[in-house]
Design a protein around this ligand. Structure first.
Ligand code: A2P
Length: 283
């Protein structure tokens, strides 16, 4: 596994295992234990995934020292604001059953983000959270919130794949050395992406599958990826990308695939309201 250094000097495993949509009370527990067995050391959950309990239990039961596993969770919108965020952080810690969370993110950047961020900064000072970051920040949302932050976000977790390379937000994030974490790093299994000739050509050359070529490109771009798979073989092989290197010309070919368009637009009208109504986190 390769590690990426964050702007607060903490290190994060470059590939993580995401548990979005995996149910609690068994399935997430089994999936996380399997992922740890396959070699993953970075698990990405959220309050709004409703499976923090299983993630924490699997981490505790794995037999792997806690400091060798990187755990991310995220604060949901209902907990924005200073006092609410303190409660949200305490709830995540309690559900995870862990003494600290490696990385905690503002899941959706709407409402009283500044108040939530202050609570997250304090939790970081208290050692309850090691690194803090944001998610789904477009350039407009970044410019609205981040200039006022005292602690600059360690990461911004956004949609990213070779067809949607987020060039504008990456320029802003470079100013604070904020790392990009990619959700949907394989375009959510988009068949069009997986059959792009540049990618299938490189897969042939390196003896890898198209998904591995995409993940290698993203790694070399300095992006932290959260590839999703329910297939045990692909869960394993998506980690097997550390034994080859794309040349600079090949990286440029991959960079030229960007269309500037993805599936989620955080600035679109109605998105905030839709998300606010999507989940209620209970104690
Ligand atoms: P499967 O679960 O059958 O492996 P994303 O991470 O961008 O959301 O993409 C997830 C989708 O990509 C899933 O449909 C998953 O299917 C598929 N997938 C995961 N790994 C690979 C791979 N190495 N090559 C092709 N498809 C993959």
């Amino acid at each position: 596994m390769e590690y990426i250094k964050l702007n607060d000097e903490n290190k994060i495993p470059a590939i993580g295992f995401g548990v979005f949509m995996i149910p609690n009370d068994g399935p997430t527990y089994d999936a996380v234990l399997e992922a740890l067995k396959a070699g993953y050391r970075h698990i990405d959950t959220a309050a709004a995934y409703f499976n923090e309990e299983d993630v924490g239990k699997a981490v505790r039961d794995s037999g792997i020292p806690r400091d060798e596993i990187f755990v991310t969770s995220k604060l949901w919108l209902q907990d924005h604001g200073y006092e609410s965020a303190k409660r949200g952080i305490a709830r995540s810690l309690r559900k995870l059953g862990l003494d600290y969370i490696d990385l905690y993110l503002v899941h959706q950047p709407y409402g009283d983000v500044a108040g939530a961020w202050k609570a997250m900064e304090e939790a970081k000072e208290e050692g309850k959270i090691k690194s803090i970051g944001v998610s789904n920040m477009s350039p407009a949302l970044w410019n609205k919130f981040v200039p006022e932050f005292t602690t600059k976000p360690a990461v911004n977790q956004v949609e990213f794949n070779p067809l949607f390379q987020q060039k504008e937000i990456r320029r802003l994030m470079a100013q604070t050395d904020t790392k990009l974490e990619a959700w949907y790093p394989l375009g959510h299994g988009n068949a069009e992406l997986l059959s792009v000739p540049v990618i299938t050509k490189l897969a042939g050359k390196y003896g890898k599958n198209p998904g591995q070529i995409i993940l290698r490109f993203e790694l070399q771009e300095g992006v932290i990826t959260l590839p999703k798979s329910t297939n045990p073989q692909r869960i394993k092989t998506n980690l097997d990308i550390f034994d080859f290197t794309l040349t600079e010309d090949e990286m440029n070919e991959m960079r030229s695939l960007d269309t500037g368009k993805g599936s989620h637009d955080p600035d679109a009208p109605g998105v905030e309201e839709m998300l606010r109504n999507a989940f209620v986190i209970t104690d």
